[in-house]
Design a protein around this ligand. Sequence first.
Ligand SMILES: [Zn+2]
Ligand SMILES: [Zn+2]
Length: 321
Amino acid sequence: MTRSEFRKDIISGEWVLLAGGLKKKPNFFSEKKPKAASKKDCPFEVLNKKEIKFSSGFVNVIPNKFPILTPHKICPSPFGEGPYQKMAGVGFQEVVVTRDHDRSLGFMTTEEISMVLDAYLERYKELQKEECIEYILIFHNNGPTAGASVAHPHSQILALPIVPLDVSRSLLGSGNYFHENKKCAHCEVLKKEFKDKKRIVSENKDFVAVSPFASHVSFETRIYPKKHSSNFEEIGEGEKKSFADIVRVVLAKIKNGMNNADYNFFIHTAPAKAKDVKHYHWHMEILPRTNIWGGLELGSGTEVVKVPPEEAARILRSSKV
Ligand SMILES: [Zn+2]
Ligand SMILES: [Zn+2]
């Protein structure tokens, strides 16, 4: 195997991605724990101007230096190998870099976060035009235990020729709920949360942040638009300001209330070519790192949530912004 490829799990239907060739990241085997590079050795301090896909001064978007996916000329199609299926690892990988080496999103202003969202949206809409792209995943790893191999704050955008299992499961589940109840399950969740109030972390005119009733990890926080919308890229100008504001508030609360815990966040939205999905409601999921997954977690796919969502929401509500 020289090029990367997707392979389908015959039982779960999940596509896994395998990196090809030997061109691994430097120190692939020797480096056990990612070490934060100093500003002097930081790959994001001086960017190659020719490579920049989007720039607003404070935020630059560049292609990933060690891409697993390769841009394509023709769309890949799955092919069989006995009972197995595989597909060429095509797609796009971009990195969204903010200016300051030492200042992560939890330390930024609403205006700065708004510029990060502008970069997400611009690149999302560009990549959406690419043929063969079925899903665009925007995510951010903050801190070494959250998988950030470069300390300089950056988000990543992955444009994939498949819909990831977590998303397709969620689409299927919300589709089933809609079929039975003729309502968006996420809108129902919000209605219940506004009634109960105890799991609400923060809210503004257009958005609400909640600790999910069935949180997967301690302090899991989801940010939803109050108005039903399936597609992140259709956010309006005013809503974008509200979104930047609530993202800032939640990340600042994690920084202040959780001793600057590492976290991951990602945006879950409708598949790239789908519009106005009645049963799907886009949102951001923020997962602070408070636990290392052992056998129980890996074997069951869940962790024992040590801080119930009602308690987590109470702690985050009272944390400074
Ligand atoms: Zn840097
Ligand atoms: Zn909805």
